[in-house]
Design a protein around this ligand. Structure first.
Ligand SMILES: Nc1nc2c(ncn2[C@@H]2O[C@H](COP(=O)(O)OP(=O)(O)OP(=O)(O)O)[C@@H](O)[C@H]2O)c(=O)[nH]1
Length: 273
């Protein structure tokens, strides 16, 4: 038998239901704080926000979760593997080191958007983001029986962004192209599949997805190509944690590069540490 001709099954994970634990991180009463006692210097706010995100990313990442900066005053994390004590500890370490506190809403669902919707509702039920008496809400539910394939993460990358944009256009026009691709991709995946997609730098977008087929990913990429004239490829991985699923997705993306393909699923046994 010629092992070189063996192909991995493309639908390696189909029909394995996802279980995504999402945490909404919301800075308490941040709007008023930015203008009290008078408007604060913008670069001071940018520095504080990016350091806060860096610390949250490190805290969550060291426990194999993923954190995304989204709007900076609100951040979204995928926290399978983190329990209520981890979340309490996160609130404490921020309270001890920053001039702001954070509220955390946590929820679990098959579709990532449903988990985020419920996590958001738990914070909103406790009061407004600009209610000065609402601080450090911690309200949530957590995965109680973790499974090896709970999370599905797709790592999207623009085809030849360097040759088409970075080496051809000024940085602002490159940025517009990538952002338009991102906007079309995030909207399509949210509307059709309830996935959550986040720009993570360069030409890369990481999507937290429910179980999706190769045809689903192809249709998504075709739609974005038509709507925004930006061409993506994608690697998809499953795992017990965001790190495991995301790392497998990165390996699958390398397979796309090697094979010249548009969609690749990581083998279930992919080395993910
Ligand atoms: N966050 C993140 N950014 C990455 C990663 N890999 C590459 N990048 C970013 O993407 C940019 C473009 O790199 P590539 O995607 O390798 O380049 P490309 O020209 O699109 O080439 P192909 O992807 O092979 O088509 C880099 O400058 C980085 O900013 C990654 O794993 N994570």
């Amino acid at each position: 038998m010629d092992n070189g001709t063996l192909k991995r099954p493309r639908h390696a994970y189909t029909d394995i239901v996802t279980t995504t634990q999402v945490t909404l991180v919301q800075i308490d009463n941040y709007g008023p704080w930015t203008v009290t006692p008078e408007p604060r210097r913008e670069m001071d706010l940018q520095t504080m926000q990016s350091r806060l995100f860096a610390d949250i990313a490190q805290f969550v990442g060291s426990r194999d979760g993923y954190a995304f900066f989204t709007r900076f005053d609100n951040m979204v994390a995928v926290t399978n593997g983190l329990d209520d004590r981890d979340h309490e500890r996160l609130q404490a370490t921020i309270r001890n080191r920053y001039p702001v506190t954070v509220s955390l809403g946590v929820s679990v669902a098959e579709r990532p958007i449903d988990a985020l919707e419920d996590a958001t509702g738990r914070i909103q039920a406790a009061g407004s983001a600009q209610d000065h008496s609402r601080t450090e809400v911690l309200a949530g539910e957590y995965v109680d029986a973790p499974g090896d394939d709970d999370l599905s993460i797709a790592h999207f990358d623009v085809n030849d962004a360097t040759g088409k944009y970075t080496d051809q256009l000024n940085e602002f026009d490159s940025f517009i192209r990538i952002e338009q691709g991102y906007a079309a991709l995030m909207k399509r995946l949210r509307e059709e599949h309830g996935a959550l997609s986040f720009f993570v730098g360069g030409d890369n977008i990481i999507s937290i997805c429910p179980d999706m087929t190769e045809a689903d990913y192809r249709a998504t990429i075709d739609h974005v190509s038509e709507a925004a004239d930006v061409d993506f490829k994608v690697g998809v991985g499953r795992g017990r944690s965001a790190h495991e699923a995301g790392f497998a997705a990165k390996h699958a993306l390398e397979d796309c590069r090697y094979e010249g393909t548009t969609v690749e699923f990581a083998a279930p046994t992919a080395v993910t540490r």
